[in-house]
Design a protein around this ligand. Structure first.
Ligand SMILES: [Fe+2]
Length: 370
């Protein structure tokens, strides 16, 4: 036995220790413009990269940016954290290789979305000799690194999760649509060619005639969905668990984030490529301010198929610890959504002011009485 006084191995953040040692830029802010932030050489991937630590991200999820210079490809990877990848810039392909030698590859372009099946070997290729390719990857790397705190295990395990590979057509932009109920309709696939044009289903309960589709990607336990607000409208405020990284795909606008006891809002102005995750149980509200519909992708911990935490997804199925989390139900009824008629009057005025500045005609009259 040894006895020490005053020192001990405590309070270790294995994820942060690891990412600092990777030597890439680490960016922290409420919202991050993935197009613009500095990327640095990332030897592990053989291209440029950055860690994106949005302030509201919680303990389990993060984002990485990967920038492939013209004509370059990444060093082959495999890892025990899930990764949902959104293409922001450029064109290229990704090749997957499974233990039995099978390969799958697909070609992506701006606004493509795909997932890396857990621990599958993969490699990204930039198809252009003149343009960069820019990928934004939302992951549960912080959770996995902090649970196992062993880099070799996370990046060098040969176990194959063959149950995550899915059908061949999932790599060709095809999928399976499950119409369940509003807010729970799912498109199961591994590759979405263009998030801007994928058909959505009604989500008017979240306000302003919005629409969405939930994704089940690579049979993963990370959540992903895309939502659309019609032009010149805004959604109702709501709250849920942390980790859901929101990233604008089309349109422009802003979001407000706040806790009930705070006088002022955190405001994030967004355009395609801006990422931000509302913090744990922090109210947030998204506002379109352009003449085109605004689409945003959201990705975080716990999928509708495999819920994690005492989340809104567990509540859907009557599970959890009994505390209702329902981001579609009014706070007046015990839920976590603020109806338009109950919102702080400053909010609508703030949006109208932005619309005036942009010269865009508001389209909220049929949804909200002023
Ligand atoms: Fe949300």
């Amino acid at each position: 036995m040894t006895t020490t006084t005053g020192t001990s191995r405590q309070g270790i953040d294995s994820y942060m220790d690891w990412i600092k040692a990777e030597g890439i830029p680490i960016h922290e802010d409420w919202g991050i413009d993935v197009f613009a932030v500095e990327k640095g050489d990332w030897p592990r991937f053989g291209v440029k990269g950055a860690a994106l630590h949005c302030k509201g991200r919680g303990d389990f999820n993060n984002m990485f940016a990967l920038e492939l210079p013209p004509g370059k490809s990444t060093v082959p990877q495999r890892h025990l954290f899930e990764a949902v990848v959104c293409v922001l810039d450029g064109r290229g392909s990704t090749q997957l290789e499974f233990a039995d030698g099978r390969r799958r590859s697909f070609e992506w372009g701006p606004r493509s979305l795909f997932a890396i099946p857990l621990n599958a070997k993969y490699r990204h290729f930039n198809a252009s000799g003149t343009q960069r390719a820019l990928l934004a990857m939302t992951t549960n790397c912080p959770m996995i690194m902090n649970v196992f705190h062993n880099e070799k295990f996370v990046f060098d395990s040969d176990f194959e999760f063959d149950d995550r590979i899915g059908k061949d057509e999932y790599y060709a932009g095809e999928g399976d649509l499950a119409m369940v109920r509003e807010g729970s309709n799912t498109w199961e696939t591994n590759f979405v060619p263009d998030l801007a044009v994928i058909p959505l289903t009604d989500l008017s309960s979240r306000g302003a005639g919005g629409s969405s589709i939930m994704f089940i990607l690579a049979d993963g336990s990370m959540h992903a969905h895309i939502s659309e607000m019609p032009a010149a409208t805004y959604k109702k405020a709501h709250r849920h668990q942390a980790g859901t990284h929101v990233m604008c795909v089309t349109g422009t606008g802003f979001s407000l984030l706040w806790y009930p006891d705070q006088e002022d809002f955190v405001r994030i102005d967004w355009k395609p490529g801006t990422a931000f995750p509302p913090a744990d149980r922090q109210f947030h509200q998204h506002f379109g301010t352009s003449t085109q519909p605004a689409r945003y992708m959201a990705c975080g911990i716990g999928s509708i198929r495999y819920p994690i935490l005492n989340s809104q997804w567990l509540t859907l199925f009557g599970k959890g610890d009994g505390k209702v989390q329902n981001a579609h139900l009014s706070v007046k009824e015990g839920g976590d959504q603020i109806e338009y008629e109950d919102q702080d009057p400053r909010i609508h005025q703030m949006w109208l002011e932005e619309m005036r500045k942009n010269g865009v005609t508001p389209q909220m009259d049929k949804f909200i009485k002023t």
